[in-house]
Design a protein around this ligand. Structure first.
Ligand SMILES: [Zn+2]
Length: 450
């Protein structure tokens, strides 16, 4: 579309150029996207073989030949685990002559696994791609970075900023950002804070957004946002519905990880995610390492196509997901229909088999007094369901909970329901409605309300 001429600074110009290259993939036939990915993958594998002792060895074992581009050698590479990056950090780097420390970013992440991993990234390339995709997300969802964004998060310092950061500021878009620390303050106080500022956008976890929405509805207050930004958490249909009802706002989800950056962004029209094929190759595989057909839940493997400083190839990011059918929005980027969260969130059945834990929040949420809940599975299979409720649960509430558990394939597992004043979500910023613990269940002195 024609527009008045604009003059960009050097870095902003590079980001915009990168954005245009990324956008050129959106509607390409899939065969062409696949061919471009294979071409880039071959470049990455050749680089990894040349500059990383760790990858040279792995690639040799998989039969990789730099002279002959062949996707089958890639598929023979074993999955890369966090533990591999921990034990082989030095050897897994692929620094080329000229790449100095000044141009390397070290990302450290423990995810929710408690096992920190360090990954090195070449700053100039990584920043360009990262910022271009930030712009892409804003474009897809018609976000206006000259408006005000409120951000509620764990560990944030209460502060006000005159811009959304890069790349928006270099492009002359200067909307305010209001940051507020989530911890130690009640939801009521956060809601009042939002009412006093009335920001255009809200950024927070979908749990927090849904809590705020519930409170706004209970109090009948009027507050609206253009949309709510969330990142890398499962967003449930109930959370989406609450935010729509209370704030007239959709939740826009973005899927990313520290190890490789952006992976997928929510479709501009539907709730599902589109994989960012220009920069990342995503596989979803079953327990035997075979590709899952659409609809089947499997492990997510990430290959970061520009991870030259430290190649991330067939990396088990620890998430479960399923492919969806092609999207009708007009974009041909692959669709992740549903992100199931971490692999450790598989529930163990009485038979000893595992299945992904269902989202039961939507059904549990229909039990009127329930405000928060969490399910924990202990070593011997027992389920402990903690519930924070507005009033004591009735017998009828309890039987409804039991029916929900049974309906979701969990009949046969011993279930204990316990009402609590507060749920201790731990120090991380991700709340998980289900966790599996390798501990025996001890119910203390209080008998379980079973
Ligand atoms: Zn779409």
């Amino acid at each position: 579309m024609a527009a008045p001429l604009r003059f960009y600074g050097p870095f902003a110009a590079q980001v915009v150029l990168m954005l245009n290259q990324i956008r050129s993939f959106e509607r390409l036939p899939r065969e062409q996207q696949d061919a471009l990915q294979r071409q880039q993958l071959h470049t990455l594998l050749c680089h990894a073989q040349q500059y990383s002792p760790y990858w040279a060895q792995r690639l040799k074992r998989s039969g990789f030949d730099p002279a002959r581009p062949d996707i089958s050698a890639f598929h023979r590479l074993p999955e890369l685990y966090r533990s591999d990056l921990q034990t082989s950090f030095e050897a897994a780097r692929a620094r080329w002559p000229g790449l100095t420390d000044d141009h390397v970013i070290v990302a450290t992440t423990s995810g929710s696994t408690g096992a920190p991993v360090r990954v090195e990234k070449a700053a100039p390339q990584y920043s360009l791609i990262y910022q271009a995709i930030d712009l892409l997300d804003a474009e897809w969802h018609r976000r206006d970075p000259s408006k005000t964004l409120a951000w509620l998060g764990v560990g944030l310092k209460d502060a006000e900023y005159p811009g959304w950061g890069e790349p928006f500021e270099s492009l002359g878009q200067r909307g305010k950002v209001l940051k507020r620390c989530l911890g130690g303050v009640s939801t009521t106080s956060h809601l009042e804070w939002l009412l006093s500022h009335r920001p255009d956008y809200l950024k927070c976890s979908p749990f927090v957004a849904a809590d705020l929405a519930q409170l706004a509805l209970d109090r009948g207050v009027s507050l609206s946002f253009h949309h709510i930004l969330s990142q890398s958490e499962r967003v449930t249909p109930r959370q989406r519905a609450l935010c729509q009802q209370a704030f007239g706002a959709k939740i826009v989800d973005r899927y990313s990880c520290e190890e490789s950056g952006w992976i997928a962004l929510q479709c501009p029209q539907q709730d599902q995610l589109h994989v960012l094929n220009p920069s990342v190759l995503v596989e979803i595989v079953d327990d035997q390492g075979q590709p899952c057909p659409p609809g089947e839940v499997g492990k997510v493997l990430i290959t970061s196509l520009h991870s030259f400083a430290m190649p991330i190839i067939r990396y088990d990011i620890g998430d479960l997901a399923a492919w969806g059918p092609p999207c009708d929005c007009g974009m041909t980027l692959p669709v992740i229909a549903r992100l199931w969260g971490r692999t450790r969130h598989r529930v163990r059945l009485p038979s000893g088999e595992y299945m992904p834990m269902a989202f039961i929040g939507d059904e549990i949420g229909e039990i009127e007094p329930v405000r928060e809940f969490r399910v924990m599975q202990y070593r011997d299979g027992e389920l402990l369901l903690q519930i924070k409720a507005a009033r004591p649960l009735s017998d009828d509430d309890r039987s409804r909970v039991r029916r929900i558990i049974d309906r979701n394939g969990l009949a046969g597992l011993p279930l204990f329901i316990r009402e609590v004043e507060q749920i201790d979500w731990g120090p991380g910023w991700k709340r998980e409605e289900f966790v599996r613990l390798d501990l025996p269940l001890t119910l203390g002195t209080q008998p379980p309300h079973n």
